[in-house]
Write a protein that binds this ligand. Structure first.
Ligand SMILES: Nc1ncnc2c1ncn2[C@@H]1O[C@H](COP(=O)(O)OP(=O)(O)O)[C@@H](O)[C@H]1O
Ligand SMILES: [Mg+2]
Length: 332
């Protein structure tokens, strides 16, 4: 089911939380809303869910072409997962997952046996078989978020809305859950809108990334597209480490740390290279980060492989030759 967001404005008092937001979320896609805290991501997600309503006017939300702007949340068929595990502590995992079904009016509620079968199926889907009788405190943070996901899916939603679902987990669990979610999404193919402020998470997970800033959409595109062709300095900087290099005419150039080559000073070519001095080295892991000071005093961060660092055998204070690659991508 596709989601069409059309001309949404939302003000709280006289504060504009969303300004003229229009966006297409293709059927079956995993779309990430990416932006700094306060940019309006949660507000937009809540409006799609029907937990919040846009300002009166032209603003519209369509599911598969059907206008649901006036439809209450409970009737939109959305599954919602929040950052903080909103599991019921006194209920077992099975009861938590079944919650959305057990509160349906009797006429819509599946029979007990069917609820039971659906819980087993969902536990299998989120890889938590056998944990149905436990309570939330007996699970890890990552497991609890998968229960929250199973609970959101129990009502067989038409779209899945995830608001920083891994935000409260530690980095390693986050990373593995992120990969798990990608595989899971490919398996079930449910249109998913995913909120995050973590660019790495968005770039790795999503089919489509929507960069938000100050109540507006700054850029929409495939991860590779927006990474390689950021439309503004904000997107460039937000999407990852970047060097901002000032030219003598006052203009700026953006260069990613891996777009810089480094060689011995003896190989310096005045046509293409700059001279620099190693200021600092950081090399725990397969990628080494070097901070170098250019001949004009500006600092650059450079990423090279650990292997290359070992070959060059550099130390702080060494003079090196720097070459900036592929300037076509840096034309912001
Ligand atoms: N119910 C509310 N009342 C007043 N201001 C709100 C409310 N909800 C959100 N805001 C404001 O709207 C802006 C966007 O919030 P939010 O959508 O939560 O951003 P994000 O999820 O990107 O961090 C913030 O400045 C926030 O303080
Ligand atoms: Mg938020």
């Amino acid at each position: 089911m596709s989601i069409s967001i059309k001309s949404i404005n939302k003000t709280f008092g006289n504060y504009a939380a969303l300004e003229n937001i229009s966006l297409e979320v293709p059927n079956g896609s995993l779309t990430a809303l990416l932006g700094p805290s306060g940019s309006g991501k949660t507000t937009l997600l809540r409006i799609v869910a029907g937990l919040e309503f846009s300002d009166p006017g032209e603003g519209r939300i369509l599911f598969h072409g059907e206008d649901v702007s006036e439809t209450p949340a409970g009737k939109r068929g959305v599954g919602f997962v929040f950052q903080h595990y909103a599991l019921f502590r006194h209920m077992t995992i099975a009861e938590n997952i079944a919650f959305g079904l057990s509160v349906l009016p009797r006429s819509l509620r599946p029979a007990k046996a069917e609820i039971h079968a659906r819980i087993s199926e969902l536990l299998k889907l989120v890889k938590l078989e056998g944990l149905d009788k436990r309570r939330p405190h007996e699970l890890s943070g990552g497991q609890r978020q998968r229960v929250a996901l199973a609970r959101a899916l129990a009502i067989q939603p038409k779209v899945l809305l995830l608001d920083e679902p891994f935000g409260a987990l530690d980095a390693q669990v986050r990373k593995s859950l992120r990969r798990w979610l990608r595989v899971f999404h490919d398996e079930i193919g449910l249109t998913t809108l995913f909120v995050t402020h973590d660019q790495e998470e968005a770039l790795e997970l999503a089919d489509q990334v929507v960069v938000m800033r100050n109540a507006r959409i700054e850029q929409v595109g495939k991860p590779q597209e927006i990474y390689d062709h950021p439309r503004s300095p904000f997107v460039y900087e937000f999407l990852g480490n970047v060097n901002k290099l000032s030219a003598s005419n006052g203009s700026h150039r953006y260069i990613r740390p891996h777009e810089i080559e480094i060689a011995f000073a003896a190989e310096y070519n005045p046509e293409t290279d700059r001279l620099a001095k190693i200021d600092h080295l950081f090399s725990a892991g397969p990628v080494a980060t070097l901070s170098v000071r250019l001949d004009d005093g500006q600092f650059l961060e450079v990423e090279i492989s650990r292997k290359q660092l070992d070959e060059l055998a550099l130390d702080p204070g060494d003079e090196v030759s720097i070459r900036i690659m592929d300037s076509s991508k840096s034309g912001v």
